[in-house]
Design a protein around this ligand. Structure first.
Ligand code: TXA
Ligand code: MG
Length: 314
């Protein structure tokens, strides 16, 4: 990675690091990303190495606008309609355009590319100023919780990567990933854009694949987002020695470690707090974090998906 004489301060400084083949962590509306020039294999390799990410797990490419996206992938009419949700927390897996200026490491050998236009002014400014698509997975060491603040990125990588600080992320869970093949739309990962909004756009159902289909969405590997503590899900109340992650009214009289995703049972607030609160409770040392039930509707689909993975045996 490039040696810096001074800490980068402006968007132009961060963009210059990308152009020179270096890594930059930057905010999106979902979580922080660990970005590099998507056309440079050396730069993309540095992402895999820094994260300790298996090479067979492909990366999402972030674009500044639709014109940039069109240089990389081919849009079917349905894909084009879904792209009206951009900028936003939606990743479309689409056929790679022949001759697209992308490192082969991005796609891990697939003939499709996961692509999105993030809805965060700093992210859009960074990509536009760099003048090229930026490959970025979530900015966490592989297998750990995704970061929603600059501080969590720094804690994860020990200050080895410069971080463009945009404050806490608005959504707090990653983008929804859809694979679009012609008219067929399949959700590979539930995320910050709820299913109902996608179905309203396409005027029909969004399919689902069962977990464990490896290469379709390697992010669907069950042990992912692993905190150090064990998780006990659907816990109506904490037991002695546990930490408790609540949703809705907090248990009365509980004196152990406690966070509440949303005392007022608001799923948006819960999504925004999910990774930060898991992180905080994990840092307080309890062996088990008991988690209150979260309804599976709307954003609850993504929240329950992340909780189930965090709870998976490893
Ligand atoms: O919100 C987000 O999506 C964040 C921010 C930084 O944009 N990024 C993110 O990236 O969550 P990552 O690498 O943690 O998750 C990307 C997921 C992985 O599960 C990967 O397997 C899947 O996208 N993916 C990427 N390209 C794919 C492709 N061509 N086919 C199937 N899955 C793909
Ligand atoms: Mg990730």
């Amino acid at each position: 990675m490039q040696k810096l004489s001074a800490a980068p301060a402006t968007i132009a400084d961060f963009a210059q690091i990308i152009r020179a083949g270096g890594l930059v962590a930057f905010p999106t509306e979902t979580v922080y990303g660990l970005g590099a020039d998507a056309s440079s294999s050396e730069a993309v390799l540095a992402i895999y190495e820094t994260k300790g990410r298996p090479r067979f797990n492909p990366l999402i490419v972030h674009c500044a606008d639709f014109a940039m996206a069109e240089t990389l992938v081919v849009f079917s009419p349905v894909a084009r309609r879904l792209a009206t949700l951009w900028p936003g927390p939606l990743t479309l897996v689409l056929p790679k355009r022949r001759g697209a200026p992308l490192s082969d490491l991005i796609t891990a050998g697939l003939d499709t590319v996961g692509i999105r236009i993030p809805r965060h002014p700093l992210a859009l400014d960074l990509i536009a100023t760099a003048g090229r698509p930026i490959a970025a997975p979530s900015a966490n060491p592989s297998g750990r919780l995704s970061p929603t603040t600059a501080g969590q990125v720094i804690a994860g990588f020990g200050g080895r990567v410069p971080v463009l600080d945009g404050g806490p992320c608005a959504a707090g869970v990653e983008s929804t990933i859809l694979r679009v093949e012609g008219d067929s739309v399949v959700q590979l990962r539930p995320g910050a854009l709820p299913r109902a909004e996608l179905e309203a756009i396409i005027g029909g159902p969004v399919g689902t694949i069962a977990t464990g289909h490896g290469i379709l969405a390697p992010g669907m590997m069950s042990s992912h987002y692993a905190p150090r503590a064990r998780l006990r899900l659907e816990a109506m109340a904490p037991r002695g020695g546990e930490a408790y992650l609540g949703f809705g009214p907090s248990p009365t009289g509980w004196r152990g470690p406690l966070r509440n995703l949303s005392p007022g049972s608001d799923l948006r607030e819960a999504a925004r707090n999910l990774f930060s609160m898991l992180n905080e409770l994990d840092g307080e040392g309890a062996e088990t974090i008991a988690v209150a039930p979260v309804p599976p509707t709307g954003l609850g689909e993504a929240i329950n998906d992340r909780l189930a993975r965090a709870a998976a045996p490893r």
